[in-house]
Design a protein around this ligand. Sequence first.
Ligand code: CP
Length: 315
Amino acid sequence: MIDTLKRADLLSMRQFGRVELEVFFDRVAMVARRSREESLRSLDGRILVSAFYQNSTRTRLSHESAMLRLGGRVAGFADPASTRAGDHFQESLGDIATMLSNYGDVIVLRHPQTGAAESFAAHANVPVINAGDGWGEHPTQALTDLYTVREHCGRLDGTTWILSGDLRMRTMRSVLLGLRHYGCTVLLAHPDDMSPDPALIEEVRASGCTVERISSIAEGLPRADAVYMEPVVQPDYGVGRHLAEADKPSTPAAYRVDRAMLEAEARPELLVLHSLPRLDELSLDVDATAHNGYWREAANAVHIRMALLEEILGG
Ligand code: CP
């Protein structure tokens, strides 16, 4: 068990050092091997509350699936408009955290405001898992990304990653915080106005990683173990992707991946990751290739959350 996670919130990848990550990933592998029957006895009677103030396909349902697979139960909301936060009262985050603490043993929160998970956790008296807070962090996604590459390559140490798209996104912040521990080479492919936080990049360099900017994904492909993609076509991550179809500009070629370029430039073992949903930056023709790591992430995501719930709740 990881002492720092027991009965604790998971708000940031900063809570994981290298030792904690390695122990956790071994634990995830064990959960993945365990029989369905054995898992079902793990958190029997425990309740997960999901509080999603922002849309989600994967993060909410994989947490809920994980709890159900551990024998627990789930309650919650997927749309704040159905709660008193969404009506005349605009019920505060703090009051809702206080209330929900009585309804379950752990709360999974997604919110459009950066820092909301920390504020919520300050009022809750059960553990809170940050399922994405504005431009802040998305630690359970980063754990899934790192685990998937570790499983595929057999290691994270010294691996070379291309991070592409809007590198201000919470997924990118969290994965960079994880990569700090593995002496990686990180190649950044992004438009000028979508640079990662410079202080974070300095921190990643100071940890022993090599960080370079590249002009396109293609430039880095021949030496990469993984390409982790995010869209660049995104007006404001704080409110979601509401551009009408007709208004969506297409992604510049520098930030796109398709099967032909992978066949021409990539090493056979290269894995493509994407937190999803995708737009036109990731071609559908990559799905049927051995480079497809994003469907593998969907399976791993449930095991990650099962292991995390057990660490927090003591399964
Ligand atoms: N990966 C991810 O965060 O997806 P959702 O927005 O669908 O939860």
